[in-house]
Design a protein around this ligand. Structure first.
Ligand code: ZN
Length: 142
């Protein structure tokens, strides 16, 4: 079956990867991807430092904990380093959150919050998305 609904995701915006040592993983992914990261950014509210690579249309976001209470530190404790989340771009994050909640998805964030790289973001709970932690993001002030 194929559905097109009003609130379809625009595109895969980035893939988040949890890493223990940002410096080491930046070097590794630079070698792997053949490009250097174009920015590092701390997201205070999440206790993470991020590093972004542009690969064609998609970004790779490395995420490292800045604090042991960070969700990334907990994730690595439980599952080890690796794939953390998929992030899809939407036109209107608030409306998309309402639509996803009404469609039966569990929201981690019921309101948009500031994310890295000029985005507002919100996460859906992986228990309602086949264990794939899913972020929706919108360019801020759009
Ligand atoms: Zn992300």
């Amino acid at each position: 079956m194929f559905f097109v609904v009003n609130f379809s995701m625009n595109k895969l915006e980035h893939i988040g990867i949890a890493v223990a040592d940002l410096e080491a993983s930046e070097a590794l992914f630079t070698k792997l991807l053949g490009v250097s990261p174009y920015k590092r950014e701390v997201v205070e509210s999440e206790n993470v430092i991020t590093s972004f690579f542009q690969v064609g249309d998609v970004k790779i976001e490395l995420l490292a904990a800045t604090h042991e209470g960070s969700t990334i530190a907990k994730f690595i404790d439980k599952k080890g380093e690796g794939l953390h989340h998929l992030a899809f771009e939407v036109d209107n994050l608030e409306e998309s959150l309402t639509e996803k909640a009404n469609s039966g998805f569990d929201l981690i964030h019921t309101q948009p919050k500031p994310g890295a790289d000029g985005k507002i973001i919100a996460f859906l709970h992986p228990k309602s998305t086949n264990s794939v932690l899913t972020e929706m993001c919108q360019t801020a002030n759009k």
